[in-house]
Design a protein around this ligand. Structure first.
Ligand SMILES: Cc1cc2nc3c(=O)[nH]c(=O)nc-3n(C[C@H](O)[C@H](O)[C@H](O)COP(=O)(O)OP(=O)(O)OC[C@H]3O[C@@H](n4cnc5c(N)ncnc54)[C@H](O)[C@@H]3O)c2cc1C
Length: 379
C-alpha cells in the first residue's frame, strides 16, 4: 500500500472538482483528485453547455451576479486552459432565440416572467419580434409568438472542455485516481486520511466537489446535506437550421448546436436516481418537439442523461464545511454548473489560500439557514 501526501485532495472530477484542482495546482499546491467513475463522466459531461446571461446589467441577487460574472470570465479561463495544453475550446457566441407561444397558459406565464426579468435587469442588447425567424417558420406552425433574440448569448462544447481541463490539470501536476473504493475520510493529527484499495492519501485540505453524490460523502463524515439529484434526459438530432445559434421554446425545450447536430433537452426529474434514457425522457422531449416543430424528423443520434445537484434553496454550497479540519465544499450548482465553474474554481482556490475571494461566498455558505447540519450520530 503506497502513501501519498498532498496539500489538497479533491473528491470528484467533474467541472467543479477539476476546476478547483487546476486553480490550486496553478497556485503551487500539490493536488490529488479521486473519482470512482473517472474524469468528467457525470453531470458535467451530460450538460448542454448553455451559457446565457441575457445581457444582465443589474444583478438582482448574489446568485445572479456570481452566475453572470462567471460566464464573463469564460474567455480568460479558456485562454488559461489553452495556454497550458494548446487545446483551444471555442466559446460559441452564436446568440439565442427565445420563443414564447402565447396560445398556451405556460407560454404566457413564461413570457410575463421573462419581460419582468429583462426590465429588472435593465437588459438592452436584444430584439423582440412577433414572428418566428425564417429557419424555424418552415418547420413550425406556431403563429402567436413573441421571440426574443439575444445575439451575444453563448454555449460551449462541455465534453471538449472537460478533456481540456483534465489535460490542463495534468500539465499542472494534478494526480488523478479513479478509486473504486473509498472509506470515509478520517481526520487525525491535523491531516485528513483517505484510504483507497491500493493507496492512502494524506492531505492538508479537502474539497468535496462530487456533484449530486456529495450528499453520500458528507453522510459518511457526519453531516446531513439538503440536496437531491435532479435527473435530466437529452438527445441529439440532426441539425435542421444553418445558424450557430441556440433556440429555447417556452422554457420547455432547447436546441444547442453540437457539430452538425443539435442537443435537445431536457427533463427535470427531482429525486430520480434511475440510470438510463427512458420512456419519460422520450415522452417529454417527444411531446415538446411535436408541439413546437411537428414537421421535424427527430430521429435520435444519441440519447443520454445526467444528475444535477440541487439544494433545498437552489443555491450552491461553496465554502467551509469545517475550517479547523480544512474541509471545504463546492457543489449544488444545479442547472448552472458549467456556467458557474470559472468563478467557483477561482473563489474556492482563494478561500483555501486565506485570501479575499473575487465575490463574497457568504450567500453560498454551506451552514446557512437552509444548509447542512450535523447528523444525530455526531451531535
Ligand atoms: C441534463 C443536464 C443539462 C445541463 N445543462 C447545463 C447547461 O446548459 N449549462 C450549465 O451551466 N449547466 C448545465 N447543467 C448543470 C451542470 O452540468 C452541473 O451543475 C455541473 O456539471 C455540476 O458539476 P459537478 O462537477 O459538481 O458535478 P459532476 O459533473 O456530476 O461531477 C461530480 C463527480 O463526482 C464523482 N463522485 C461520485 N461519488 C464520488 C465519491 N464518493 N468520491 C469522489 N467523487 C465522487 C462523480 O463520479 C462525478 O464525476 C446541466 C446538467 C444536466 C444533468
Amino acid at each position: 500500500m503506497s502513501h501519498k501526501k498532498f496539500d489538497l485532495v479533491v473528491a470528484g472530477a467533474g467541472i467543479m472538482g477539476m476546476g478547483c484542482a487546476l486553480e490550486a495546482a496553478a497556485g503551487g499546491k500539490s493536488v490529488g483528485v479521486y473519482d470512482p467513475s473517472g474524469e468528467g463522466t457525470k453531470a458535467s459531461w451530460a450538460a448542454a453547455g448553455i451559457l446565457v446571461t441575457r445581457d444582465a446589467r443589474k444583478f438582482l441577487s448574489p446568485f445572479r451576479e456570481f452566475y453572470v460574472r462567471s460566464i464573463r470570465m469564460y474567455p480568460q479561463w479558456l485562454d488559461e486552459i489553452a495556454g497550458r495544453t494548446g487545446r483551444c475550446v471555442p466559446l460559441h457566441q452564436g446568440g439565442d432565440f427565445q420563443v414564447y407561444a402565447l396560445d398556451t397558459p405556460k407560454g404566457i406565464e413564461n413570457w410575463e416572467g421573462k419581460k419582468k426579468q429583462l426590465e429588472r435587469e435593465n437588459s438592452q442588447r436584444f430584439t423582440l419580434t412577433e414572428k418566428l425567424p425564417d429557419f424555424l417558420a418552415s418547420t413550425s406552425p406556431l403563429e402567436n409568438v413573441r421571440v426574443l433574440h439575444f445575439p451575444e448569448d453563448a454555449y460551449i462544447q462541455n465534453r471538449d472542455l472537460l478533456e481540456a481541463l483534465q489535460a490542463a490539470c495534468r500539465s499542472a501536476g494534478v494526480h488523478f485516481l479513479s478509486a473504486d473504493t473509498l472509506l470515509p475520510m478520517r481526520f487525525a493529527d491535523g491531516k485528513t486520511h483517505c484510504e483507497f484499495a491500493s493507496e492512502t492519501w494524506v492531505a492538508d485540505e479537502i474539497v468535496v466537489a462530487a456533484g449530486a453524490w456529495s450528499v453520500k460523502i458528507l453522510e459518511g463524515l457526519g453531516y446531513k446535506m439538503p440536496m437531491i439529484p435532479v435527473k435530466g434526459q437529452l438527445k441529439r438530432i440532426a441539425k435542421f437550421y444553418p445558424d450557430d445559434c441556440m433556440v429555447h421554446y417556452n422554457e420547455d425545450i432547447y436546441f444547442v448546436p453540437r457539430g452538425d447536430s443539435l442537443v435537445v433537452g431536457a427533463t427535470t426529474e427531482p429525486g430520480n436516481w434511475q440510470e438510463g434514457f427512458d420512456a419519460a425522457g422520450e415522452a417529454y422531449l417527444g411531446k415538446h418537439l411535436k408541439t413546437f416543430l411537428p414537421r421535424l424528423a427527430d430521429a435520435a443520434l444519441e440519447e443520454w442523461w445526467g444528475f444535477r445537484p440541487r439544494t433545498r434553496d437552489r443555491l450552491p454550497m461553496m465554502g467551509w464545511l469545517d475550517p479547523e479540519k480544512k474541509w471545504a465544499l463546492c457543489t449544488g450548482h444545479y442547472k448552472c454548473g458549467i456556467s458557474m465553474a470559472p468563478m467557483a474554481a477561482k473563489c474556492i482556490a482563494r478561500m483555501l489560500r486565506g485570501e479575499k475571494t473575487l465575490l463574497d461566498l457568504e450567500p453560498f455558505n454551506p451552514w446557512r439557514k437552509q444548509g447542512i447540519a450535523f447528523t444525530a450520530a455526531v451531535t
